[in-house]
Design a protein around this ligand. Structure first.
Ligand code: ATP
Ligand code: MG
Length: 436
C-alpha cells in the first residue's frame, strides 16, 4: 500500500496505486462524452454490448496471448485465490475474456455475433504518459465471420469514430500475417536472417530468436531498426488465399475512401492473430502513438476450447484517445446544470425539493444550493455559486415568491438578467423551456 504522510498527527493518508489513476470531474465528463459517442456508434453499426469479469483464470491469458509475449512474460497482475488456490489474473486485455464468454455460452450457435465492450485493463508496465497500469480499452469484436468484408467493416467502424470525434492526424497501418503454415516457412528464413546479424540483437531479441522471432520485427530499439528493416517480409510468403483476403480488405478500404499504409513490420503483440492486422497511429503522442489496434484471430476460439470459428476485432486505448482530443483542443461540452436553485431561507427546502423533483423528472438538470454550517449562505454568495456552476438560469425560491406560489427564473447568460415569475403548480409545463 502506498502511504503519504502529509497530515502530521492524523492517520497517514493513503494514495492510489502507482500507475492507476482517479478520474475526477470535470475530466470525467470527457470520459462520459466519449462513452456516449461510442454507444451511439455501436448501435448504428449493430454491435451489442458485452460485459465480462475483470478477473479471469490465468490460464486463459497464457493460452490465448502466448507464453512468449510482453504481457504474459512480465505484465500480468496474477495472484492465487487465498481460499481455493485458483490462479487468477486481472485482465490485461479483453479479447480473451470475450472469446471465453462466447464459447462458454455457445453464443455462435445461431450465427455470427458483433460485440463491443468498455472497461479497465491491467498491465504492470513502467508508467508514463499514455501508459498506465490500470488503463481503459473500448473494443469491438466480430465473431463467426470469415470474410474480408467484416475486417473492412470493423476498420470502417473505428474510422467513423475518429471522424465523429473530430480527430485529425490519425493514420491507418495494415499488414497480413497470413496463416500458420505460411508463417512457419517465413519463420525459418527469418531466424536464419537474424542469426546472420546476431551481433546486432539486443538481449530480449536473443531470448526470442527461437521462441517468437516475429516479435523482434516490431522492436522499439533504434539500434536494431536498420537491420530489422532488411529482414525477409512475411508478405512474400503468403499463398493465394491469404493474398486474396488481404487484397479484398484493401479494395474495400479504398472503396470507402480510407487511406492506409502497408507496414510489413506490423506484427502485433499477441500470438493469436492471423491474416489482417492493423493499427491506427498518430505522431502527436510521442512513443505511445498507437491509439487503436487489432486484427483477425481465426484460431483463438478453437484454442480456447470452442468449436473453431473465425473472428476479427480491435481495441482502442481510451486514455490515449482522450489525450489526443485534448491536444487538438476538441470541443468537449463541460457538464453544467441547466439551473441553479437559490434558497434564501432553509425552511423552504421541503417545498423547493418538491418543485425540483418535478423539474428533474421533466429532464431539467438542477443544482441546489446546499445548506452551509452557518446557514443557507447570503444571496450574494448563492448568486456567485450559481454563476460558477455554469448554469443558464437561477431559480430563486425567495419568501415572497413562495408565499405567492411562485419562483423567479432569472437568466444568467443573456447579460440583461431577464427574469420572470412562474407558478410552482405548473412547473411541469414550463420545465422544457429550461432544458439545454
Ligand atoms: P504498446 O505497443 O503501446 O505497448 P500494445 O500493443 O501493448 O501497445 P494492445 O494490447 O494492442 O497494445 O492494446 C490496444 C490499445 O490499448 C493500444 O493501442 C493502446 O492505445 C492501449 N494501451 C495498451 N497498453 C496500454 C497502457 N499500459 N496504458 C494505456 N493504454 C494502453
Ligand atoms: Mg504493450
Amino acid at each position: 500500500m502506498t502511504e503519504k504522510n502529509n497530515n502530521a498527527g492524523a492517520a497517514p493518508a493513503l494514495a492510489a496505486v502507482k500507475g492507476m489513476n482517479d478520474i475526477l470531474p470535470p475530466l470525467s465528463a470527457q470520459w462520459e462524452w466519449l462513452e456516449d459517442k461510442i454507444r451511439s456508434l455501436m448501435v448504428r453499426h449493430a454491435y451489442r454490448n458485452i460485459r465480462t469479469p475483470i478477473v479471469e483464470p490465468t490460464a486463459l491469458f497464457v493460452r490465448s496471448l502466448g507464453e512468449v509475449t510482453d504481457i504474459v512474460e512480465k505484465e500480468m497482475y496474477s495472484f492465487e485465490d487465498r481460499l481455493n488456490g485458483e490462479q487468477l489474473t486481472l485482465r490485461p486485455e479483453n479479447t480473451a475474456g470475450v472469446v471465453r464468454a462466447v464459447v462458454e455460452h455457445s453464443m455462435l450457435y445461431d450465427g455470427g455475433k458483433r460485440l463491443y465492450y468498455m472497461g479497465p485493463m491491467f498491465r504492470h508496465e513502467r508508467p508514463q504518459r499514455g501508459r498506465y497500469r490500470q488503463f481503459h480499452q473500448i473494443g469491438a469484436e466480430a465473431l463467426g465471420f470469415p470474410g474480408p468484408d467484416v475486417d473492412a467493416e470493423i476498420i470502417v467502424l473505428a474510422d467513423a469514430l475518429w471522424r465523429e470525434l473530430g480527430l485529425a492526424d490519425v493514420r491507418l497501418e495494415i499488414n497480413s500475417l497470413g496463416q500458420p503454415d505460411e508463417r512457419r516457412q517465413h519463420r525459418a528464413k527469418l531466424i536464419a536472417y537474424l542469426e546472420r546479424h546476431s551481433d546486432l540483437l539486443d538481449e530480449e531479441a536473443r531470448r526470442r530468436l527461437h521462441t517468437n522471432p516475429l516479435r523482434i520485427l516490431d522492436t522499439k530499439n533504434p539500434a536494431m531498426q536498420a537491420m530489422v528493416e532488411g529482414a525477409p517480409p512475411l508478405i512474400d510468403f503468403l499463398g493465394e488465399a491469404s493474398l486474396a483476403h488481404f487484397n479484398g480488405v484493401k479494395a474495400m478500404l479504398e472503396a470507402n475512401g480510407i487511406a492506409y499504409r502497408i507496414n510489413p513490420r506490423l506484427v502485433r503483440g499477441m500470438d493469436y492473430y492471423n491474416l489482417t492486422v492493423f493499427e491506427f497511429v498518430t505522431d502527436r503522442l510521442g512513443s505511445q502513438g498507437t491509439i487503436c489496434a487489432g486484427g483477425r484471430y481465426d484460431y483463438l476460439i478453437g484454442q480456447i476450447g470452442g468449436k473453431p470459428a473465425p473472428a476479427v476485432g480491435w481495441a482502442l486505448g481510451v486514455e490515449r484517445v482522450l489525450e489526443l482530443l485534448r491536444q487538438q483542443g476538441a470541443d468537449v461540452p463541460p457538464p453544467s446544470p441547466d439551473c441553479y436553485a437559490i434558497v434564501p431561507d432553509a425552511s423552504a427546502i421541503p417545498q423547493v425539493l418538491r418543485t425540483l423533483r418535478v423539474l428533474r423528472d421533466a429532464g431539467v438538470s438542477v443544482q441546489m444550493h446546499a445548506s452551509t454550517q452557518a446557514g443557507q449562505g447570503s444571496m450574494k454568495s448563492q448568486f456567485k455559486k450559481a454563476d460558477g456552476s455554469g448554469a443558464r438560469h437561477a431559480l430563486i425560491f425567495g419568501g415572497e415568491e413562495l408565499a405567492a406560489g411562485e419562483v423567479t427564473v432569472k437568466s444568467l447568460r443573456d447579460g440583461q438578467g431577464t427574469q420572470e415569475r412562474l407558478p410552482l403548480e405548473q412547473a411541469a409545463a414550463w420545465a422544457p423551456r429550461l432544458r439545454a
